[in-house]
Design a protein around this ligand. Structure first.
Ligand SMILES: Cc1cc2nc3c(=O)[nH]c(=O)nc-3n(C[C@H](O)[C@H](O)[C@H](O)COP(=O)(O)OP(=O)(O)OC[C@H]3O[C@@H](n4cnc5c(N)ncnc54)[C@H](O)[C@@H]3O)c2cc1C
Ligand SMILES: NC(=O)c1ccc[n+]([C@@H]2O[C@H](COP(=O)([O-])OP(=O)(O)OC[C@H]3O[C@@H](n4cnc5c(N)ncnc54)[C@H](O)[C@@H]3O)[C@@H](O)[C@H]2O)c1
Length: 438
């Protein structure tokens, strides 16, 4: 959020062609995690027997779950909009904006068209799901993350094209809602950008519950609504009643007529910005998925803070640091990571050490009956400084944070292992033990 009360001395226009709160609140992070947590609850009930607890899972009431999630989020979005509309220094325009010249925009709002001139402009138009031509040109129905979380009924068999973040998170949701899952991924592993130990272990676990078609491309989409056939490049035919396309997100820079404003883009569509989030055009800043090397909300938020400052303090510009950016996949099991992968270290010819501890080797891992989770930490042999950390397993999303802190503040592995107390027998012992193993 760039605009707060410190902008009250300005005349501010907010132009949005979608609901307030953007992707994160309406179609992204938050609904997927609310649904994902519900899936966790269902799995916990379904798996209670391994702890000697008698319980049986009768099912998930999808519509009730969906309505609980979206009645809350739709209200949040409406409230955000109302707050801006009531403000006496903000005007809200509902429509799609395009540049007509430097610092000049035209906004199409239904039948009307409004011209806006501004001394400063912030581009935060995000990204949208990429849809490959084999799907787009087929004329057959498909879902993306924008639509699938609001459907009326879970499919019997869901085919997911892509095996990245969205695929593995939403596969869990629909598996818990009762759908059979088949994932088609062009690479040989799921989550292929993770550390090699993580993607290998995760793919093996996912293969026990989902049908995986790895190293395969979609050649054609055939059939009819509700009876889809995905024909793959090796001739395999995958049948499904619904298709979720999750093959990445394209920056929304192409609908802005950027050429008229002097703003440059990279080949992948991201707007070019400098360290201060300034585009090539005077007075125009950009933040978030439209320009960032990381399509993550915590990165967009940081960039928004930088832009908010720089708009008001042109003589004391702040730079955005992308040095230590953590991320997490809210999958089953959870994954969290920061910094370099082992393959990055090897490719860069670094002299590195690796410390790994399995959840099964610490007391809380016994409580969880966890046989798969692990924490892997990489450090520079000379300095002891952390190069990267990778966790797969329960609580990974939060366990990663001390490692992010250490990397950000330059705390070496020995100091981090020996100086703070690590609570016994908390799961954080996987981290202290991996640090000691280093
Ligand atoms: C399913 C899913 C789950 C995700 N989960 C996570 C997560 O757990 N953690 C995480 O860090 N990130 C997650 N992300 C990524 C995160 O949602 C994005 O990185 C973040 O929302 C980007 O914010 P933004 O402000 O750049 O763009 P957006 O939030 O996409 O906002 C852009 C807005 O601009 C509007 N717009 C576009 N073009 C125009 C135009 N020409 N005129 C007017 N308005 C326009 C759009 O309608 C939209 O409302 C997830 C994404 C998805 C899809
Ligand atoms: N927990 C989180 O932080 C979170 C959750 C969801 C999304 N996101 C953000 O949103 C972005 C987009 O997510 P995503 O899952 O769409 O993209 P992704 O980049 O994570 O994964 C896309 C996958 O699709 C595969 N692929 C590409 N084209 C293909 C094709 N034609 N056929 C088969 N496979 C193909 C790629 O190899 C890759 O594995 C993520 O990169 C992430 O930045 C973050």
């Amino acid at each position: 959020m760039v605009v707060d009360s410190s902008f009250a001395d300005l005349d501010v226009a907010i132009v949005a062609d979608g609901p307030f709160g953007g992707t994160c609140l309406n179609f992204g992070c938050i609904p997927s995690k609310m649904l994902g947590y519900t899936a966790d609850v269902a799995r916990t009930v379904g798996g209670a027997a391994q702890y000697g607890v008698e319980a049986s899972l009768r099912g998930m009431r999808w519509r009730q779950v969906r309505d609980r999630v979206f009645s809350r989020l739709d209200a949040e979005s409406a409230e955000g909009r109302e707050g801006r509309e009531k403000s006496d220094f903000i005007t809200v325009y509902d429509g799609h904006a395009r540049f007509t010249g430097p610092k000049r925009l035209q906004v199409e709002q239904g039948e009307t068209s409004v011209a806006i001139e501004a001394e400063q402009i912030v581009l935060a138009t995000g990204a949208r799901p990429t849809v490959p031509p084999q799907v787009a040109d087929s004329g057959l129905p498909f879902e993306t993350s924008d639509t699938i979380m609001r459907i009326d009924q879970p499919p019997r068999r869901l085919a997911v094209l892509g095996g990245g973040y969205i695929a593995v998170e939403l596969a869990e949701v629909f598996a818990a809602a009762g759908s059979e899952i088949v994932i088609v991924e062009q690479a040989e592993e799921l989550l292929g950008t993770q550390d090699e130990s993580v993607s290998e272990a995760f793919t093996e676990l996912a293969g026990r519950r989902f049908e995986l078609q790895l190293g395969r491309e979609l050649t054609r989409l055939e059939g009819s609504a509700g009876e889809l056939r995905l024909v793959l490049d090796d001739g395999t035919v995958v049948e499904a009643d619904m298709l979720l396309v999750a093959v990445g997100r394209t920056p929304n820079s192409d609908g802005l007529d950027l050429a008229k404003s002097g703003i440059e883009t990279f080949d992948d569509g991201r707007v070019v910005v400098d360290d201060y989030q300034r585009t090539e055009a005077d007075g125009v800043f950009a933040l978030g998925d439209i320009c960032s090397p990381y399509q993550l909300k915590h990165v967009a938020n940081r960039e928004a803070e930088v832009v908010a400052h720089n708009l008001r303090h042109p003589d004391e510009l702040r730079a955005t640091s992308h040095d230590v950016v953590p991320a997490a996949v809210f999958s089953n099991p959870q994954i969290a990571f920061v910094g370099a992968t082992e393959q990055d270290c090897r490719d860069a010819g670094r002299d590195y050490a690796v410390g790994t501890t399995r959840y099964a080797d610490v007391a809380y891992g016994w409580a969880l009956e966890d046989t798969d989770g692990f924490c892997k930490i990489l450090a520079d042999r000379d300095t002891g400084l952390l190069l990267g950390a990778h966790l797969m397993g329960s609580q990974a999303l939060t366990l990663i944070q001390p490692l992010v802190l250490a990397m950000t503040l330059g705390i070496d592995a020995k100091t981090l292992a020996q100086q703070p107390y690590w609570i016994h027998p908390a799961l954080s012992e996987v981290i202290s033990n991996a640090l000691r193993a280093l």
